[in-house]
Design a protein. Sequence first.
Length: 143
Amino acid sequence: MLVTKILAVMIALAIITDVNAYKIDNNAIKFIEEQEGFKPNFYTDSAGEVILKKDLVEKEACVTELTKIKINPDQFSALVSFAYNLGCPYYKSTSLLKKLNSGNIKGAANEFRLYNKSGGKIMPGLVKRREAERSLFCKCGGC
Ligand SMILES: *[C@@H]1O[C@H](CO)[C@@H](O)[C@H](O)[C@H]1NC(C)=O
Protein backbone atom coordinates (compact mmCIF):
# COMPACT_ATOMS: atom_id res chain seq x y z
CA MET A 1 0.00 0.00 0.00
CA LEU A 2 2.62 2.53 1.13
CA VAL A 3 4.91 1.53 -1.73
CA THR A 4 2.10 2.13 -4.21
CA LYS A 5 1.45 5.58 -2.74
CA ILE A 6 5.13 6.54 -2.85
CA LEU A 7 5.33 5.33 -6.43
CA ALA A 8 2.28 7.37 -7.39
CA VAL A 9 3.81 10.51 -5.86
CA MET A 10 7.11 9.88 -7.69
CA ILE A 11 5.34 9.47 -11.02
CA ALA A 12 3.30 12.64 -10.43
CA LEU A 13 6.50 14.57 -9.62
CA ALA A 14 8.22 13.27 -12.75
CA ILE A 15 5.29 14.45 -14.85
CA ILE A 16 5.16 17.98 -13.43
CA THR A 17 8.94 18.48 -13.31
CA ASP A 18 9.70 20.06 -16.66
CA VAL A 19 13.24 21.22 -17.35
CA ASN A 20 12.19 24.88 -17.71
CA ALA A 21 8.88 24.90 -15.88
CA TYR A 22 9.40 28.43 -14.58
CA LYS A 23 6.73 30.91 -13.67
CA ILE A 24 7.90 34.44 -14.22
CA ASP A 25 8.21 36.50 -11.02
CA ASN A 26 6.76 39.93 -10.19
CA ASN A 27 9.83 41.75 -11.47
CA ALA A 28 9.42 40.03 -14.81
CA ILE A 29 5.69 40.86 -14.88
CA LYS A 30 6.58 44.53 -14.24
CA PHE A 31 9.18 44.30 -17.02
CA ILE A 32 6.61 43.02 -19.52
CA GLU A 33 4.00 45.57 -18.37
CA GLU A 34 6.55 48.30 -19.07
CA GLN A 35 7.34 46.83 -22.48
CA GLU A 36 3.66 46.57 -23.32
CA GLY A 37 3.10 50.18 -22.23
CA PHE A 38 0.64 48.84 -19.70
CA LYS A 39 -1.47 51.76 -18.50
CA PRO A 40 -2.65 51.25 -14.93
CA ASN A 41 -5.59 53.63 -15.34
CA PHE A 42 -6.77 52.47 -18.72
CA TYR A 43 -8.53 49.41 -17.43
CA THR A 44 -9.09 49.29 -13.75
CA ASP A 45 -5.78 48.10 -12.40
CA SER A 46 -6.91 44.60 -11.57
CA ALA A 47 -8.92 43.92 -14.74
CA GLY A 48 -5.93 44.87 -16.87
CA GLU A 49 -3.66 42.67 -14.82
CA VAL A 50 -6.02 39.72 -15.07
CA ILE A 51 -5.91 39.94 -18.87
CA LEU A 52 -2.14 40.35 -18.88
CA LYS A 53 -1.63 37.40 -16.53
CA LYS A 54 -3.91 35.14 -18.56
CA ASP A 55 -1.86 35.96 -21.65
CA LEU A 56 1.33 35.41 -19.70
CA VAL A 57 0.32 31.91 -18.61
CA GLU A 58 -0.16 31.07 -22.28
CA LYS A 59 3.23 32.52 -23.24
CA GLU A 60 4.99 30.80 -20.33
CA ALA A 61 3.61 27.50 -21.58
CA CYS A 62 4.70 28.36 -25.12
CA VAL A 63 8.28 29.14 -24.06
CA THR A 64 8.46 26.11 -21.76
CA GLU A 65 7.25 23.79 -24.50
CA LEU A 66 9.51 25.14 -27.23
CA THR A 67 12.73 25.44 -25.22
CA LYS A 68 14.80 22.29 -25.56
CA ILE A 69 17.82 23.32 -23.51
CA LYS A 70 18.24 24.35 -19.88
CA ILE A 71 17.93 28.11 -19.45
CA ASN A 72 17.93 30.39 -16.40
CA PRO A 73 14.92 32.34 -15.04
CA ASP A 74 16.06 35.69 -16.55
CA GLN A 75 16.46 34.07 -19.96
CA PHE A 76 13.01 32.57 -19.51
CA SER A 77 11.47 35.95 -18.64
CA ALA A 78 13.13 37.65 -21.61
CA LEU A 79 11.81 34.94 -23.93
CA VAL A 80 8.29 35.26 -22.48
CA SER A 81 8.38 39.01 -23.14
CA PHE A 82 9.61 38.34 -26.67
CA ALA A 83 7.00 35.63 -27.34
CA TYR A 84 4.32 37.85 -25.79
CA ASN A 85 5.11 40.54 -28.34
CA LEU A 86 5.50 38.26 -31.38
CA GLY A 87 2.84 35.67 -30.61
CA CYS A 88 3.64 32.02 -30.09
CA PRO A 89 3.28 30.77 -33.71
CA TYR A 90 5.68 33.43 -34.99
CA TYR A 91 8.05 32.94 -32.04
CA LYS A 92 8.20 29.26 -32.95
CA SER A 93 9.57 30.11 -36.40
CA THR A 94 12.28 32.53 -35.27
CA SER A 95 15.99 32.08 -35.86
CA LEU A 96 16.39 33.17 -32.24
CA LEU A 97 14.64 30.02 -31.04
CA LYS A 98 16.61 27.83 -33.45
CA LYS A 99 19.93 29.23 -32.20
CA LEU A 100 18.81 28.87 -28.60
CA ASN A 101 17.84 25.23 -29.06
CA SER A 102 21.14 24.47 -30.76
CA GLY A 103 22.82 25.72 -27.55
CA ASN A 104 24.09 28.94 -29.11
CA ILE A 105 23.17 31.37 -26.30
CA LYS A 106 25.32 34.22 -27.60
CA GLY A 107 23.91 33.82 -31.10
CA ALA A 108 20.37 33.73 -29.75
CA ALA A 109 21.01 36.89 -27.72
CA ASN A 110 22.11 38.75 -30.84
CA GLU A 111 18.94 37.74 -32.68
CA PHE A 112 16.71 39.90 -30.43
CA ARG A 113 17.86 43.04 -32.26
CA LEU A 114 16.64 41.78 -35.63
CA TYR A 115 12.99 41.89 -34.60
CA ASN A 116 12.66 45.65 -34.65
CA LYS A 117 10.17 46.24 -37.46
CA SER A 118 6.45 46.70 -37.72
CA GLY A 119 4.84 47.08 -41.15
CA GLY A 120 8.33 46.96 -42.69
CA LYS A 121 9.53 49.98 -40.74
CA ILE A 122 12.05 50.07 -37.88
CA MET A 123 10.19 51.18 -34.77
CA PRO A 124 12.23 52.96 -32.06
CA GLY A 125 9.96 51.40 -29.40
CA LEU A 126 10.76 47.92 -30.65
CA VAL A 127 14.49 48.66 -30.84
CA LYS A 128 14.33 49.71 -27.17
CA ARG A 129 12.25 46.71 -26.17
CA ARG A 130 14.62 44.29 -27.89
CA GLU A 131 17.62 45.88 -26.13
CA ALA A 132 15.85 45.53 -22.78
CA GLU A 133 14.95 41.91 -23.50
CA ARG A 134 18.49 41.16 -24.63
CA SER A 135 19.93 42.72 -21.46
CA LEU A 136 17.62 40.63 -19.29
CA PHE A 137 18.46 37.53 -21.31
CA CYS A 138 22.18 38.19 -20.79
CA LYS A 139 21.95 39.32 -17.15
CA CYS A 140 23.57 36.20 -15.74
CA GLY A 141 26.18 35.93 -18.49
CA GLY A 142 26.65 33.55 -21.38
CA CYS A 143 26.39 36.23 -24.07
C1 LIG B 1 16.98 46.25 -37.08
O1 LIG B 1 16.84 45.01 -37.74
C2 LIG B 1 17.68 44.83 -38.85
C3 LIG B 1 17.35 43.47 -39.48
O2 LIG B 1 16.00 43.39 -39.78
C4 LIG B 1 19.12 44.90 -38.44
O3 LIG B 1 19.97 44.75 -39.54
C5 LIG B 1 19.39 46.21 -37.72
O4 LIG B 1 20.71 46.21 -37.21
C6 LIG B 1 18.42 46.43 -36.59
N1 LIG B 1 18.59 47.77 -36.01
C7 LIG B 1 18.85 47.96 -34.72
C8 LIG B 1 18.98 49.40 -34.32
O5 LIG B 1 18.97 47.09 -33.89
